[in-house]
Design a protein around this ligand. Sequence first.
Ligand SMILES: Cc1cc2nc3c(=O)[nH]c(=O)nc-3n(C[C@H](O)[C@H](O)[C@H](O)COP(=O)(O)OP(=O)(O)OC[C@H]3O[C@@H](n4cnc5c(N)ncnc54)[C@H](O)[C@@H]3O)c2cc1C
Length: 262
Amino acid sequence: MTVQDGAARAAVLDVRGTYRWLAARAEGAGARIFTGTPATGVIMDKGRVAGVTAGGARLRAGVVIDASGFQSAVSKHAGLPHSWSRFGAGAEYEIRAENADPDTWWLMVGSKYSPAGYAWIFPVGGDIVRVGVGVGKPESGADPRVLLDRIMKEDAGPVAALGRTEMIESHYGLIPNDGPSRKTAYDGLLLVGDSAGQANPLVLEGIRYAIRFGGLAGETAASAAAAGDTSFGALKAYEDGGLLQYGRGCARQAGCKKDGSG
Ligand SMILES: Cc1cc2nc3c(=O)[nH]c(=O)nc-3n(C[C@H](O)[C@H](O)[C@H](O)COP(=O)(O)OP(=O)(O)OC[C@H]3O[C@@H](n4cnc5c(N)ncnc54)[C@H](O)[C@@H]3O)c2cc1C
């Protein structure tokens, strides 16, 4: 089925460019950025999160925002629930393609592509496209990397039309799919993005939610810190506002159930 539109309805994000832009804005606002310095523990103070340990340093904070993705690293160190019962596994190749079409997005469904999910071809710009496969867990035990290699090798469906291809890089990762099941605000702690399970349960896209809720988390934390109250009571507005926005986003997606699950 082909859906055509004269208006641009989708965008491909330059992730590295976005990180650099955000980093420059944060530094401009006085932040210090530590790259290659994972949080390896949390500082607890009277039962609340009061900072993290990273790179041998103890960094205290009124509010810690856990934006560590699927692993929810900070929450895990704080002893909060961190495993997901439903999630997606995704594998993707960024490739140069002889016949890349920058105006066409492909979504491929059916067991030929994925037993529980879908495959895609997204244009990045110029002659570069991303070809990927997502598999829902625990519905299927299939490895998306194996399926992706098969699709490429067999020139399945629209892959054949790409012509000669040359691999640039590969991506693999896990995306939570439990809907908004997780508490996202605690005393001194907010969870955002995949760490909070905020990916859309229908197609498991999480970037726009991570950006939107990241802004909301930052605003809530800054207001709470300025008011001198970073308790759950002061941070709860983030959870309430986030759920509302998430619910509205879900409601726009056909087939999304009331509880947010797919
Ligand atoms: C193959 C694939 C394709 C995808 N395609 C799309 C798509 O087309 N559109 C879309 O919207 N979504 C897509 N997604 C989902 C999307 O990538 C995620 O939903 C999104 O990246 C979530 O953003 P995030 O910032 O919450 O987490 P992440 O992007 O996972 O970022 C988490 C960051 O935290 C860092 N980190 C981890 N542990 C620690 C620690 N202990 N201390 C400090 N830092 C830490 C990580 O290094 C990472 O930089 C895809 C996912 C996969 C796997």
